[in-house]
Design a protein around this ligand. Structure first.
Ligand SMILES: NC(=O)c1ccc[n+]([C@@H]2O[C@H](COP(=O)([O-])OP(=O)(O)OC[C@H]3O[C@@H](n4cnc5c(N)ncnc54)[C@H](OP(=O)(O)O)[C@@H]3O)[C@@H](O)[C@H]2O)c1
Length: 429
């Protein structure tokens, strides 16, 4: 492409789409690699909806698929969202029209990334998605490009700002999950339907993409083990803190000789660890490589400004003309990774039991754990006024997850145990 102007079609004018148009309007000289990026056509659901950006001079498309295939644009930017439906149809249409695509859509890439990469490479056009993971923080670029000379062993971090905000507020204000979520929805920090965020699915989409980039395999969202933060109790936040930990929603991907384990779950991080200190809506990530050791990045994982800047960086890469496979290895060689059975994984854990306030209970719990092969690292008991039963909390030394689960079931069956035991993992960071 030698034209000095790239005509850009943008589908989706919500937080990120309007952010991108505002960014380009505020930076009219944005001309990386000597080419101007000019938005000429847009699509959204409602033409008349008031927006923070001026679209009056742009060609309007009711149908994003028609915009994607329009020969009057050179590059298609998909900012609608969702793994299927109009976003997927429009991205496919653009690629089939041999048009470069930039998207911020993690659900689409995590769930259909292999097929879309194959289509993009067949058509010999780039498909870029920097903004899909950690918004304004260049996580994709670091893993796909900067670390391509190293061998990545594991990636773990905080990839969902909404969950991080909720957990941070619960600890700071002493309010329960439902209260803080309702406030986050009022303030616009959480969606009306928060399932994708608080259920862990959004973080799972992002870590699935990073795992594919890091380990040279196809994204395998179906293999991700996912637990959200809905069950995180204020009592656990307090007890964990007394033991020297903070609860975070940690997304991780690890590779071993047996395969790859991708999972998202609430985990305890030591209070002085950088992941524990990344508060509010921040995102943070550790990448562990054979040669580079540990690399830590942190920053705004969402928001109009940072995300639009990441989309603009991808537009700039398309205009600069460099090309590499969508997922590091050519699409035709990509295979889904072999998932590791999580029950075989070794790890430390936090366990909370509500027990009858009577002699011998603690001995019964510790004997049951010892018989099952679980060794206790620390122990805490806190009487709670007026409540039925006494919560006891302990952390374990590293143990296979299957052994731990069996021990928890045995403890749940003890007559002195009043409630379902609560198990949280201690992050392997
Ligand atoms: N928000 C963030 O900070 C952030 C960060 C990183 C990545 N992302 C990703 O970026 C993408 C966009 O997110 P967002 O927060 O900007 O979403 P959003 O605010 O909900 O905006 C979605 C846009 O898509 C349009 N749209 C919906 N259905 C459509 C259809 N059938 N045809 C044409 N347009 C349609 C909507 O039109 P109307 O405006 O007319 O309703 C709206 O403009 C998602 O994939 C998201 O995961 C977002």
């Amino acid at each position: 492409m030698t034209e000095p102007i790239w005509r850009i079609g943008v589908a989706g004018l919500g937080t990120v789409g309007a952010g991108l148009l505002t960014y380009l309007a505020d930076n009219p000289a944005f001309a990386p690699a000597g080419h101007m990026a000019v938005v000429t056509a847009v699509s959204a659901r409602s033409k008349s909806r008031p927006r923070p950006c001026d679209i009056s001079e742009l060609t309007w498309f009711d149908d994003p698929v028609a915009l994607a295939a329009d020969p009057e644009t050179d590059l298609f930017v998909e900012l609608i969202g969702g793994s299927d439906g109009p976003a997927k149809a429009a991205v496919e249409a653009a690629l089939k029209a041999r048009k470069p695509v930039v998207t911020a859509n993690k659900a689409l890439i995590a769930e259909h990334g292999a097929a879309l990469a194959a289509l993009a490479e067949d058509m010999d056009v780039p498909l870029l998605f920097e903004a899909a993971v950690m918004g304004g923080v260049p996580a994709v670029k670091i893993v796909r490009e900067a670390l391509v000379g190293d061998e990545i062993h594991s990636i773990s971090g905080i990839l969902n700002g909404t969950c991080n905000y909720i957990l941070t507020e619960m600890e700071a204000t002493g309010r329960a999950f439902a209260d803080v979520l309702a406030e986050a929805q009022r303030l616009g920090y959480a969606e009306a339907d928060p399932t994708m965020d608080v259920g862990g699915f959004d973080a799972a989409h992002k870590i699935t993409i990073l795992a594919a980039l890091a380990f040279g395999c196809a994204p395998n969202f179906a293999a991700a083990q996912i637990e959200g933060i809905e069950g995180v109790d204020l009592l656990d936040i307090r007890m964990a803190k007394d033991l020297g930990y903070r609860i975070k929603l940690v997304a991780s991907a690890e590779r071993s000789a047996d395969g790859v384990l991708v999972r998202v779950h609430p985990s305890l991080a030591p209070l002085n660890h950088p992941l524990a200190q990344a508060g509010g809506a921040l995102n943070a990530l550790f990448i562990e490589g054979e040669r580079c050791g540990r690399i830590f990045i942190q920053g705004p994982g969402a928001g109009a400004g940072p995300t639009a800047a990441a989309v603009a960086a991808d537009i700039s890469d398309v205009m600069a003309g460099g090309r590499r496979p969508v997922f590091q290895a050519p699409a035709e060689t990509l295979a889904p990774f072999d998932p590791i059975d999580p029950s075989k994984m070794m790890g430390r854990a936090y366990l909370r039991f509500l027990v009858k306030d009577e002699p011998g209970v603690i001995a019964a719990v510790s004997e049951t754990l010892a018989e099952a092969g679980v060794s206790i690292e620390s122990f805490l008991q806190k009487p709670t006024e007026g409540a039925e039963g006494v919560p006891i909390v302990l952390t374990t030394h590293a143990v296979a997850e299957s052994v731990l689960m069996a021990a928890v079931e045995r403890i749940a069956g003890l007559p002195a145990v009043l409630d379902r035991p609560r198990l949280l993992r201690i992050a392997r960071i």
